[in-house]
Design a protein around this ligand. Structure first.
Ligand code: CUK
Ligand code: CUA
Length: 865
């Protein structure tokens, strides 16, 4: 009923929206809708998710990249992908795994001496303060190779990978405690903690599950391995976890799906795991007091050391009242603590219900030691009924939960039914269901697992995409669907195919909470945040040889690499430290040496290193791999590898004098003159900027700094040019003068951008009509011939309204019907002068009026153009 009403009302609303838009666009919208077969609701949904160019999203989502071992970053509501963050897998664009510094991070993930070059990422987690996301760090787990990685949200780079020393797989992580004191990581498939062989027949005795509490330093953003510990647990196949918060802060919750302790054996005629592991009607929710356990772990006598790592045995945890079990329905999956910490919702994959446990009830049972029994390992079991707030029938295959900003409101994914259910965990009432395509796993609310959920949207992370997208072969993309939850009922807005592994969980944060920087302090090793040992400034470039070790200290700046020639002997070990000297935003340079499988991405200010043995002879171009400037292709050099045991016959020297001295002199003079003229333009821009106090405006001041960065390099080049002239080498002098021109062009480019920005800031405010006039002026083609403040292929329009009697009318007529005025003496003289006729651009009456308003605004600000 509700749904019906909602659809109807949005239809009516939609129609009126169309009516307004349509009248403005001459029925254009209706034409498009017809051509593309769109309904009114489609158009509303499009409007809710569309970002015009330059528009930004309200939320940023970090999605696990599943088997790609990466993290995917995208915006909501536009669902535009912004970045793939390399985590457990080499990623060439970012140079991750192809330069020495990122390789050092990737190799922290080696297990027992073996390189692991992929990961199965499941659960990203954002660091928290008082249970709210603080926008500082992102942690993510690797289920296949039990590891956790930490990503710095100041530059979206992976900074640390830690290997779990006792688990053999790990699924129930990463989850931050409410002040990021610890990151929870639960094992999945039980296995011996040590690295020895133990027969499966001794499963109950020697295989173990557990939860690792990784100590986290929220200031440094690093896991402190030495201060971390693992809570030993029975081999019940621990699954997802969540940290308590608010009233349940200090406690952890982890469920399990094989309390049967079944170990399979199809090959010897036993029923398969899937049958044996789902036999019991209930499994166990593990409840542990991590604050008490952390204190216990500080004392040697409470812990057992395995593989150099602290383990708190089950009996120690039990003795200190820090570990309990509660029966939970059949083969559960998600366990999610409510924003206030009082309710803990568990979903059983094989149960149609969600079970809501109440923390105050659990606490009471623990306090009064009211146990329903003990498990075979001696862990006290709390009675399920007495711990429950209640159960609600949701549908088939409930998996995961997210919260919204409405008190009691919870959203649950139904894997088998392919639905999202909205219900209330306090009143235990189902409120709405929305169909998704198909087989939803996790769902992602906006800050939906924090103490402060933001509501507005839910993303359904679907496993299947059959029939949703163009067929791209048997392996389909994943499908993330954005659902609007701001209304009474849910409304599915849009599908986004995700072509990178199977994302499990995603977390979303308000975009304004993130403050990534745009450049590094000069010479930074981005992986450590410290000054790089290879930091090199302009003028310090050098090649150092020591035996067969060749170390290059080089720089990159638009548009050259210094040095440009490197000659080594075959077999030499070459280390290249390169520093990107740029300060300008987004001026990344990439670097590779062909055939040597190395690549790095150097962001402004960054220093990084590649290292390789020059074991093949030949000539190897190296170059910048980012199209960074008009002279990007010239940003190259040669590595020459020669065999010291070979005799090379030198080719005959070709003597080619291509220009006479007089010709060279003429070219030199011309180059110097062009530079003087260019400099005059720069000086006029500088004068304008100074007169108008550019320093008062941060954005403009930053651009001016960038411009002077370039300009400041000119005197050094000038000196070299003049020295060449003195030495009689005009050829060389011309090249240095050309370099000066390159620097001037770059200066002017940024300088003019600064001027435009400043004009916008200090000009009088445009009326709405003037600003639509400007748009019409630009989009209607006027700006093709008229440049404000300059005579171009058409006259300058500054002052156009002063040039004629009854000028507004004159201009209006000329725009609307220029051909009628070609014989007017003034117009005729202009046609002769520019050798062009003002064309009819078919402006409407309104556009013409607006353009006149724009011209008035120009006149008001004539001094600025
Ligand atoms: S899991 Cu994949 S759908 Cu690893 Cu959180 Cu549930
Ligand atoms: Cu630097 Cu291309």
């Amino acid at each position: 009923m509700d749904k019906h009403f909602n659809k109807l009302s949005s239809l009516i609303l939609g129609t009126s929206l169309i009516a307004t838009v349509a009248s403005a666009g001459d029925g254009e919208l209706q034409k498009v809708m017809k051509a593309r077969g769109l309904t009114e609701n489609d158009v509303i949904r499009a409007a809710k998710t569309y970002n015009p160019t330059g528009g930004r999203d309200e939320f940023i989502v970090f999605s696990s990249g599943g088997q790609s071992g990466q993290v995917i970053v995208y915006g909501v509501p536009s669902m535009r992908i912004l970045k793939y963050i390399a985590v457990f897998t080499p990623e060439p664009w970012q140079g991750y795994g192809f330069d020495e510094d990122s390789l050092a991070v990737l190799r922290q993930g080696n297990i027992r001496g073996r390189e692991i070059n992929w990961g199965d990422t499941h659960h990203p987690a954002l660091s928290e303060k008082d249970g709210k996301y603080d926008g500082k760090w992102l942690a993510i787990n690797d289920k296949a190779n039990p590891r956790i990685a930490i990503i710095d949200l100041e530059d979206f780079e992976t900074k640390q990978i830690v290997v779990n020393p006792v688990f053999k797989s790990a699924h129930g992580g990463a989850f931050y405690t409410q002040n990021s004191e610890y990151i929870i990581e639960a094992a999945q498939y039980a296995a011996p903690f040590d690295n020895d062989y133990h027969p499966i027949e001794e499963y109950k005795e020697t295989y173990r599950g557990g939860v690792t509490m990784w100590k986290f330093d929220n200031k440094k953003g690093r896991i402190q391995e030495k201060e971390s510990f693992t809570i030993e647990m029975p081999p019940y196949m621990q699954d997802l976890s969540d940290a308590g918060k608010g009233v349940s802060d200090g406690w952890g919750f982890t469920n399990s799906f094989n309390t049967e302790m079944y170990t399979g054996g199809i090959e010897v005629g036993m029923p398969p795991n899937e049958a044996g592991m789902s036999r019991n009607d209930t499994d166990f929710l593990h409840i542990y007091d991590w604050k008490t356990l952390a204190k216990l772990a500080e004392d040697k006598k409470n812990v057992k050391i395995v593989n150099g790592h602290k383990i708190i045995p089950m009996d120690v945890a039990v003795k200190h009242n820090a570990l309990f079990l509660i029966p939970e329905p059949k083969s559960p999956h998600g366990v999610d603590v409510s924003p206030d910490g009082e309710y803990i919702t568990v979903c059983g994959k094989l149960d149609t219900h969600a079970s809501v446990f109440k923390w105050s009830k659990i606490k009471e049972l623990i306090k009064n030691k009211k146990y329903a029994g003990k498990d075979p390992y001696g862990i006290p079991i709390l009675d399920m009924k007495s711990s429950l707030h209640g159960q609600v029938e949701l549908g088939l295959g409930p998996l995961h939960n997210q919260y919204s900003n409405v008190d009691g409101e919870i959203y649950t994914s139904l894997y088998v039914d392919s639905q999202i259910v909205k219900w209330n965990y306090k009143t235990l009432k189902v409120l709405d269901k929305e169909n998704v395509h198909y087989n939803v796993g996790h769902l992602c609310g906006m800050e939906g697992k924090s103490a402060d959920p933001q509501g507005k949207y839910i993303i359904s992370l679907n496993k299947l995409a059959i029939d949703r997208f163009q067929n791209v072969g048997p392996l389909h993309p994943q499908n993330h669907q954005l659902i609007d939850i701001s209304g009474k009922t849910m409304d599915l807005l849009v599908d986004m195919p995700l072509p990178l592994g199977e994302p499990h969980q995603a977390v979303a944060i308000r975009a304004e909470k993130l403050h990534p920087h745009v450049r590094y302090p000069m010479g930074t090793n981005s992986k450590t945040g410290e000054q790089h040992i290879g930091k090199t400034l302009a003028g310090q470039e050098k090649i150092v040889r020591k035996g067969n070790q060749v170390t290059v200290y080089g720089t990159m700046v638009r548009s050259h690499i210094n040095p440009e020639r490197i000659t080594v002997n075959k077999g030499d070990v070459v280390t290249m430290h390169l520093t990107n000297l740029e300060r300008a935003q987004d001026e990344t340079h990439g670097f590779t040496v062909d055939h040597y499988n190395v690549h790095m991405s150097l962001e402004p200010g960054e220093t990084s290193t590649i290292k390789f043995t020059a074991d093949i002879e030949g000539v190897f171009p190296y170059y910048c791999t980012e199209f960074c400037s008009a002279l990007h292709l010239e940003m190259m050099g040669y590595l020459m590898v020669k065999d010291p045991n070979k005799k090379y016959v030198s080719a005959q020297k070709l003597k080619m004098q291509t220009m006479t001295q007089a010709e060279l002199k003429a070219e030199y003079d011309k180059t110097v003159a062009v530079n003087a003229a260019t400099d005059a333009v720069i000086q006029s821009v500088v004068a304008f900027l100074k007169e108008n106090k550019f320093g008062d405006h941060k954005v403009v001041a930053a651009l001016v700094t960038d411009a002077f960065d370039q300009y400041g390099q000119i005197p050094a080049q000038k000196k070299l040019a003049d020295e060449a002239v003195k030495a009689g080498d005009l050829e060389k002098a011309i090249l240095f003068e050309n370099m000066i021109w390159q620097l001037m062009v770059k200066t002017a480019d940024v300088g003019i951008r600064a001027k435009d920005a400043l004009v916008r800031l200090i000009a009088t405010k445009q009326s709405p009509a003037a600003s639509s006039g400007e748009r019409a002026f630009n989009e209607g083609g006027c700006s093709g011939c008229h440049v404000i403040g300059k005579v171009s292929s058409g006259p300058d329009l500054t002052g156009a309204l002063q040039r004629h009697e009854n000028a507004e009318k004159w201009v209006r007529n000329f725009i609307m019907e220029p051909e009628k005025m070609y014989d007017d003496p003034y117009v005729k003289s202009m046609i002769d002068y520019f050798n062009l006729k003002m064309p009819n651009q078919h402006m409407s009456e309104k556009e013409t009026k607006d353009i006149i308003e724009y011209l008035k605004w120009i006149d008001e600000n004539a001094n600025l153009f």
